[in-house]
Design a protein around this ligand. Structure first.
Ligand SMILES: Cc1cc2nc3c(=O)[nH]c(=O)nc-3n(C[C@H](O)[C@H](O)[C@H](O)COP(=O)(O)OP(=O)(O)OC[C@H]3O[C@@H](n4cnc5c(N)ncnc54)[C@H](O)[C@@H]3O)c2cc1C
Length: 586
């Protein structure tokens, strides 16, 4: 049995019936990418991920990345066996170039296609996936905000994957509180900058996969105001690039150590030191943190994908195990024979919970990605505006809900394995260890929830959320078929509960910011459950007409057995902060 089978049937179903890949490819911006081409790209990419990257997942975990040193100084960061060759093949196949502008050598496909590829890449090998993921984020930033000269110098080599990219925000005293960072940038006479300071937790900060690493580094310029307003973003290449595009001398930036982590052992997480010899040469992208927001939305969406990816692989592994493992005697099984555990209702419940949750997450993330494309490329400004609002609203939910659920589902897959799940050889424990980072990085899930209640919920005085919930209600009302009756009823209850919670927060949040902040986590969970339920209901309605029947059953299970949790969260949302501050934790 292969380690990972790309879930192409469900991916195709979502692209056809939940979002509108046909409509997307009809846009002028994606003129050359008809649905058939998209489909063959996805199928080919899936094969690559399954055949080349999935088999390296385990060795990535057991061997990990390591440092080579000479006299105490780091000389090289070495990735696990097989990664370098696989990365060369990834570059050769051009998978990283898929969504980018053909002007820079990209494939010009919708962002949605890249999100599909990213799901399969991450399911196959999360540690490996982080190198292309960070590169993609850096490309996105440069493509939107770099000067033509900077784009010319770096982008084409990053789009092919010959050079990789990093994001350098975090410092020991500046994690969630990015505004506290201390890295310094001072102007040099030639118009460049000199960067100094230490960054921690830098994913693929150094490695042996590519010839050059293009760091995007946040630093503070002289006399800058405190907080995020005083922060600027700089390009700091590992090797300086000559005017003719060849590599010049090594820049004053180096990896000084690697973190020992709970998971994603294959991905080198580096402590980076800038300016030990006077200052790393940096190039200002442009002043101001507002530029980072473009990058943040797409990067957060990509981290949300990690939730689906981990859950999907955990599901596949759990089903395979449950078919093989025999214990007990299932109701109705022949006398004297042990039954496969997949015959027991409780095990089937666990499997269906993982499956239904994964499907709901995939639908949310793909809708979010389709909205990124429409917000950027639809010719009608009104549609662009509406979809941009949807991106703003859904991104924190995609990131936080999907990564929280991904972790829960990996844990449930361990439960399906019984004791063998706790033993490393089965590999399912790796999924939990690897996936556990996703709720933490790219803005912790707590920070995402705060973003949802304090910035997104109040958009247009609450009208954005109201319109969103009205659209869900209308779609629920239109579910006429009797087969969909319970889905309709549960979706109505869920969306009504979310509407009550939203109005309560809009009203009471004004009185005391702690009311909003205390409600943030449960409110985001409600939002995720209901949005997932909405898109599962849409799937069920489509499945009635287009099959397959499993989609309808899975959507009904979600509606009847998972979605009702949303209503139960009203208490937590509206309880306020009183008790949170009434306990003395000393
Ligand atoms: C494996 C790994 C890879 C990473 N890769 C990168 C990378 O490539 N580039 C990069 O720049 N960084 C990277 N990071 C850093 C990561 O983004 C941070 O760890 C994350 O932003 C959280 O910051 P912190 O660790 O300082 O936690 P803290 O900010 O100290 O947070 C601790 C807890 O307090 C909560 N909290 C903090 N502030 C608030 C608040 N105002 N309100 C409510 N709750 C709050 C948080 O939600 C969290 O639960 C990586 C980290 C890891 C572990």
């Amino acid at each position: 049995m292969p380690e990972y089978v790309p879930p192409l049937a469900d991916i195709r179903f979502v692209l056809a019936h939940v979002v509108d890949m046909g409509g997307l490819t009809a846009l002028e911006a994606f003129g050359h990418a008809d649905p058939a081409t998209v489909d063959s790209v996805i199928e080919e990419a899936g094969k690559f991920m399954a055949d080349v990257l999935a088999p390296l997942n385990r060795i990535g975990d057991t061997v990990g990345s390591h440092l080579e040193t000479d006299g105490g100084l780091v000389t090289r960061v070495v990735t696990p066996p097989g990664f370098k060759d696989a990365y060369a093949r990834y570059v050769e196949a051009g998978w990283g170039a898929i969504p980018f502008d053909p002007v820079f050598g990209g494939g010009g496909f919708p962002w949605l296609v890249t999100i599909v590829l990213q799901e399969m890449l991450t399911s196959a090998n999360m540690s490996f996936s982080l190198c292309p993921l960070l590169t993609q984020g850096a490309i996105d930033m440069l493509a939107h905000h770099g000067s033509p000269q900077q784009q010319d110098r770096y982008l084409s080599r990053m789009v092919t994957g010959e050079w990789t990219g990093t994001m350098n925000l975090t410092e020991p005293e500046a994690g969630s509180d990015v505004g506290a960072l201390r890295a310094r940038a001072t102007p040099a006479e030639d118009g460049t900058w000199r960067i100094s300071g230490q960054k921690i937790f830098i994913t693929y900060g150094d490695h042996d996969l590519a010839d050059n690493v293009i760091h995007l580094v946040l630093a503070r310029v002289p006399d800058a105001p405190p907080g995020t307003r005083g922060i600027s973003c700089f390009i700091v290449p590992k090797f300086l690039v000559n005017d003719d595009g060849t590599l010049g001398p090594r820049n004053d930036v180096r990896c000084v150590s690697l973190e020992h982590k709970m998971g994603i052992h294959g991905s080198p997480t580096c402590v980076m030191s800038y300016g030990d010899q006077g200052g790393a040469v940096g190039y200002l992208i442009n002043a101001g943190m507002r530029y980072m927001f473009t990058l943040m939305n797409t990067a957060r969406l990509s981290v949300g994908v990690e939730g689906i990816a981990i859950a999907e692989r955990a599901y596949q592994q759990a089903v395979a195990f449950a078919r093989e493992r025999k214990q007990g005697h299932a109701v109705g099984a022949p006398a004297g024979a042990q039954s496969a555990i997949i015959e027991h209702p409780d095990v089937r419940r666990m499997l269906l919970t993982i499956h239904a949750s994964t499907l709901a997450m995939r639908r949310l993330i793909y809708l979010n990605a389709e909205s990124v494309d429409l917000a950027r490329h639809h010719p009608d400004p009104e549609i662009r505006r509406a979809r941009q609002e949807l991106v703003e609203l859904l991104t924190p939910v995609s990131k936080a809900w999907c990564t929280d659920v991904g972790v829960e589902m990996a844990s449930l897959a361990i439960q399906v394995h019984g004791g063998m799940g706790y033993i490393e050889e089965t590999g399912v424990a790796q999924l939990l260890r690897d996936g556990r980072i996703a709720p933490i990085y790219e803005g912790t899930n707590g920070i995402q929830a705060i973003d949802l209640v304090s910035r997104k919920l109040p958009m247009r005085g609450g009208a954005v959320v109201r319109e969103f919930l009205d659209a869900i209600s209308r779609e629920a009302d239109a579910l006429a078929a009797t087969e969909l009756a319970s889905i309709q009823a549960q979706l109505r209850m869920g969306v009504d509960a979310l509407a009550v919670a939203s109005e309560w927060l809009l009203e009471h949040g004004k009185e005391d910011p702690n009311v909003l902040l205390a409600a943030a986590g449960p409110y985001l969970k409600m939002f995720g459950l209901v949005t997932g339920g909405w898109l599962m209901a849409r799937s069920a309605a489509a499945a009635l007409k287009h099959g397959p029947p499993d989609v309808l059953v899975t959507a009904r299970f979600y509606a009847e057995q998972l979605l009702p949790q949303a209503g139960a969260l009203i208490g937590a949302v509206t309880a306020g902060p009183r008790d949170l501050f009434a306990v003395d934790f000393s």
